[in-house]
Write a protein that binds this ligand. Structure first.
Ligand SMILES: [Zn+2]
Length: 319
C-alpha cells in the first residue's frame, strides 16, 4: 500500500514538473494593431513619403507573418471635403496585403469630451469608406478601437456607447500593451524635419529599449492579476518611427519568446470576456481596467514605463 502511495505521489510530482516545464517553454503570444491610419502626422509627409513608409511597414508584416489590424480615422482621407485618392490608396495597400481594417471613429474624438450622440455620429461617419472597401474584398468591418483608449468618464455614456457598438455588430479591440510610441514618433518627426540622422538613430534605439521595458512590465502585471501571461494586444501607430523601426521592434518581440497572432485569436483568451468597470478620464491598458475592477488602486500601475524627460522635450510635449 505504502509503495502505491509513494508511486502515486511521484507521479503527481512528475506531472506537475512537466506542467511547469511546459509553462516555461510555452510561447508568449501577441496581436499587433496599428492606429490612426492612413498615416500619423499626415500633413507633414508628402504623399510619396507616406506611400513609401506604408510599404515599408507592410513589408515587415509580411516578413514576420503578422496578421495586423489597422484602425482608420477617415477624416484624414479628405481635404476640404474632397476625398484624396493618394490617401485612399494607402488604405488599399493595407487591404491588398490581406490586412484587416477597423473603425477608430471619423475624427478621433475623446468620449470624455463629446456627448454620446456626437460620438455615435462620428462612429457611423468613420465607417463610410472603410466598410465598402473591405466589402469589395468580401470582408466585414469587425473591430472598433476607442480613440485615446478612453471609454468615457460617465457610467451612462460608457454603457450607451458599448451597447451602440454592440448593436452595430462591432467587436471592441482592447489594448493590453499600451505605450507611448506616439511621443517617440513626434520627436522622430521633428528630427526628420531637422534632417538630423544622428538624433533619429538615437530616438530609434531608445524607442526599442523603451518598448522592451513596456513588454516586461505588462507581462509581470498580467501575472500579478491573472497568475499567468494573457494573450497580449499591442497598440502602435502608423507613424514614421514605426516605418523605420518596426522590424527591429519585431526582433525584440521575437527575442522575448513571442509568436504573432491575429486579434481574433487574441480575443479567444477568456480575460477579454471579463467585465471592466472603470469609469474615468484615463485611457490606458485593459490590464489596468481589470485591476481596478478587482478593487486594486492606483498603486498597481504607478510604475508604468514612460519615455524619459529628454524624449518628451524633443517631442515638444510638456513633461
Ligand atoms: Zn488613435
Amino acid at each position: 500500500m505504502k509503495g502505491i502511495v509513494s508511486f502515486l505521489m511521484l507521479l503527481v510530482f512528475f506531472v506537475l514538473f512537466c506542467g511547469s516545464m511546459y509553462a516555461q517553454n510555452e510561447k508568449r503570444v501577441v496581436a499587433v494593431t496599428f492606429d490612426d491610419l492612413p498615416f500619423v502626422n499626415h500633413l507633414k509627409f508628402s504623399p510619396q513619403d507616406q506611400k513609401e513608409r506604408t510599404l515599408k511597414l507592410l513589408k515587415v508584416f509580411e516578413n514576420f507573418s503578422i496578421p495586423a489590424v489597422g484602425f482608420v480615422n477617415e477624416y484624414k482621407l479628405f481635404v476640404n471635403d474632397s476625398l484624396k485618392n493618394d490617401r485612399l490608396s494607402l488604405l488599399n495597400l493595407w487591404i491588398s496585403n490581406n490586412l484587416e481594417l477597423g473603425n477608430h471613429t471619423f475624427s478621433h474624438p475623446s468620449l470624455n469630451k463629446v456627448s454620446a450622440e456626437e460620438y455615435k455620429t462620428d462612429i457611423l461617419k468613420g465607417e463610410k469608406i472603410t466598410k465598402p472597401l473591405l466589402a469589395g474584398k468580401g470582408k466585414n468591418i469587425r473591430y472598433f478601437r476607442y480613440p485615446y483608449l478612453q471609454k468615457g468618464n460617465e457610467e451612462i455614456k460608457k454603457k450607451e456607447i458599448e451597447n451602440y457598438l454592440l448593436n452595430l455588430g462591432y467587436i471592441n479591440a482592447p489594448v493590453t500593451l499600451d505605450n507611448s510610441d506616439w511621443v517617440f514618433a513626434r520627436a522622430y518627426d521633428n528630427a526628420i524635419e531637422e534632417n538630423d540622422s544622428v538624433k533619429m538613430k538615437m530616438l530609434g534605439e531608445n524607442y526599442i529599449k523603451y518598448m522592451n521595458t513596456v513588454f516586461e512590465y505588462f507581462e509581470n502585471q498580467s501575472k500579478l492579476i491573472f497568475n499567468r501571461e494573457i494573450k497580449q494586444i499591442l497598440l502602435l501607430h502608423a507613424n514614421a518611427i514605426n516605418s523605420d523601426y518596426f522590424d527591429e521592434l519585431c526582433i525584440m518581440i521575437k527575442n522575448r519568446n513571442y509568436n504573432f497572432i491575429s486579434l481574433e485569436e487574441a480575443l479567444t483568451d477568456p480575460v477579454y470576456d471579463l467585465e471592466e468597470t472603470y469609469v474615468g478620464n484615463w485611457g490606458f491598458s485593459w490590464i489596468n481596467r481589470w485591476a481596478i475592477t478587482q478593487g486594486r488602486g492606483k498603486e498597481f500601475y504607478k510604475d508604468e514605463p514612460e519615455p524619459s524627460e529628454e524624449i518628451f522635450k524633443l517631442a515638444g510635449i510638456n513633461y
